[in-house]
Design a protein around this ligand. Structure first.
Ligand code: SF4
Ligand code: F3S
Length: 106
């Protein structure tokens, strides 16, 4: 499955949901996740993310491994999102800032 990682946090551009044929995205307050149960590995979403936050599971950077479990777990609790919406207000400011996981709201 594909995995949303740190740089989505506080940006949440949502361009990814527009292309997903499996409706695999779930939305929290300042982050999206992909459900590994829904994702069909079509590889359409990574290039759509302006923040470059989406990786194939086997290619998640070493320092972001915890996001694999985090996507699976949070997808069980958050509502599905299928429509693009405006990014978070401070998205541009936060894009590229490291270690935003400390700000993750669940
Ligand atoms: Fe959806 Fe395809 Fe991305 Fe999986 S890889 S989340 S199916 S767009
Ligand atoms: Fe997040 Fe990128 Fe989607 S910032 S909401 S994974 S387009």
């Amino acid at each position: 499955a594909f995995v949303v990682t740190d740089n989505c946090i506080l940006c949440k551009y949502t361009d990814c949901v527009a292309v997903c044929p499996a409706d695999a995205f779930y939305e929290g307050p300042n982050f999206l996740v992909i459900s590994p149960d829904d994702c069909i590995d079509c590889d359409l979403c990574p290039v759509e993310c302006p923040a470059g936050a989406i990786y194939q599971e086997d290619e998640v950077p070493a320092d972001q491994q915890e996001f694999i479990e985090l996507n699976a777990e949070l997808a069980k609790h958050w509502p599905r999102i299928t429509e693009v919406k405006p990014p978070l207000e401070q998205a541009e400011k936060w894009d590229g800032v490291a270690d935003k996981i400390q700000y993750l709201e669940t």
